[in-house]
Design a protein around this ligand. Structure first.
Ligand code: PMP
Ligand code: GLU
Length: 397
């Protein structure tokens, strides 16, 4: 059977693969704690579920307009204005099947073969693969624990070439939890302002899972780059709606039109029922968002404290999202019996086999030498997982 080179060249999503593996082991009766995939462990709030049920009862069972129901696009435009101070027209918003799909749409619509896309790393698993699919070239800009995983203006400037088409910035970041401050964003914007050909793609899916105590700052709120910034966001994380599959891009009109054309040939409008539920999420009471944020913050404190008690782990204090990204190089080269830990991938597999804790190899995020732990799980699971990890690491010599 012939598989296209385009798909052959794609890597499997490691976050989803590790989660799948952990589900298989669980099905065999093994007591796995899954810290691999990142998704809120809360149920979707009731008023949102009710809106989904009502949508079914009211026969929202027909194709929706390709870019989404106008009522949802208006609700998103209102949200962007109310929460982020942004002025997008509903026509500039295209609803897709999750932020992942929306991001892929934007990349496919704007990146031509050979175009360079700047991706600061560690970076979420799908960015590089989407750019590959568009036959673009990812220009990785590495950052480490020592700079709290944030790129500097000098690094950004050095990465820009005449072929640079776009940069993808994710704050709060998956996988590191780092959040750029307004000042840090301004210093990057000062650089970007000098390169008007560069499209800025701001992945803001974790905007509400923010522990800085300050307001979230959207990259699109900087006037210097506002007219060439695309915001990617959705309901998955803020409203615990990962399975509903609703995300969006808010973009310059020309890009929104291109994305709509692409989506019209590829997937059509997103699920009609899920769109009505997402509309309720944006227009309804927002206390659920803060309640979940508080729970994540408490878990962040817990996981950081427990990780810092484990010798040899390099641990930052994530300011957002629900991931810890410890540096594990102290354990590379060690062994347990005849099992040698050659890299962070081996370590993640060792933790799965020995500690029965599923994590993700940092290499999946272009950052070998680290592993990612999702702490979007109960306090009991966090405590037990960290106990098991500490015990398994202590066995390595
Ligand atoms: N961007 C980042 C950084 C993410 O972590 C995720 C969740 N995996 C997404 C985008 C996509 O989210 P969804 O497709 O569920 O809206
Ligand atoms: N945000 C999640 C993660 O990074 C979802 C999995 C995915 O879409 O890759 O684990």
């Amino acid at each position: 059977m012939a598989i296209s080179p385009r798909v052959k060249a794609l890597a499997v999503s490691q976050t989803l693969a590790m989660s799948q593996k952990s589900a298989e082991l669980k099905a065999q009766g093994i007591d796995i704690i899954n810290l691999s995939v990142g998704e809120p462990d809360f149920n979707t709030p009731d008023h949102i579920k009710q809106a989904g049920i009502k949508a079914i009862e009211e026969n929202y069972s027909f194709y929706s307009p390709v870019p989404g129901y106008m009522s949802l696009r208006k609700a998103i435009a209102d949200k962007l204005s109310r929460e982020n101070g942004l002025s997008f027209e509903p026509t500039q918003i295209v609803v897709g099947n999750g932020a992942k799909h929306s991001l892929c749409n934007v990349i496919m619509a704007t990146v031509a073969p050979g175009d360079e896309v700047i991706i600061p790393t560690p970076a979420w698993v799908s960015y590089v693969e989407m750019v590959k699919l568009a036959e673009g070239k990812s220009v990785l800009v590495p950052t480490g624990l020592e700079q709290n995983f944030k790129i500097t203006p000098a690094q950004l400037e050095a990465a820009i070439t005449p072929r640079t088409t776009a940069i993808i910035l994710c704050s709060p970041s998956n996988p590191t939890g780092s959040v750029y401050t307004r000042e840090e964003l301004q210093s990057l914007v000062d650089v970007l302002a000098r390169y008007p050909q560069v499209l800025v793609i701001a992945d803001e899916i974790y905007e509400h899972i923010n522990y800085t105590g300050g307001d979230f700052v959207s990259l699109a709120s900087f006037p210097e780059i506002a007219d060439r910034t695309v915001v990617i966001n959705g309901v998955s994380k803020a409203y615990a709606m990962t399975g509903w599959r609703i995300g969006y891009c808010a973009a310059p009109l020309e890009i929104a039109k291109a994305v709509t054309k692409l989506q019209g040939q590829f997937t059509s409008g997103a699920s009609s029922i899920a769109q009505k539920a997402a509309e309720a999420a944006y227009t309804g009471p927002q206390d659920c968002v803060e309640e979940m944020r508080r729970a994540f913050e408490r878990r962040r404190d817990l996981v950081v404290r427990l990780a810092r008690e484990i010798p040899g782990l390099g641990v930052n204090e994530p300011q957002g999202a629900f991931y810890l990204f410890p540096e594990v190089s102290a354990y590379i080269g060690r062994s347990f019996g005849d099992r040698v830990i050659k890299d962070s991938g081996d370590l993640a597999m060792y933790l799965l086999d020995e500690a029965h804790v599923a994590t993700v190899d940092g290499a999946a995020f272009c950052a070998p030498g680290y592993i990612r732990l999702s702490y979007a799980t109960s306090d009991e699971n966090i405590v037990e997982a960290m106990r098991r990890i500490a015990a398994a690491l202590a066995k390595l010599s």
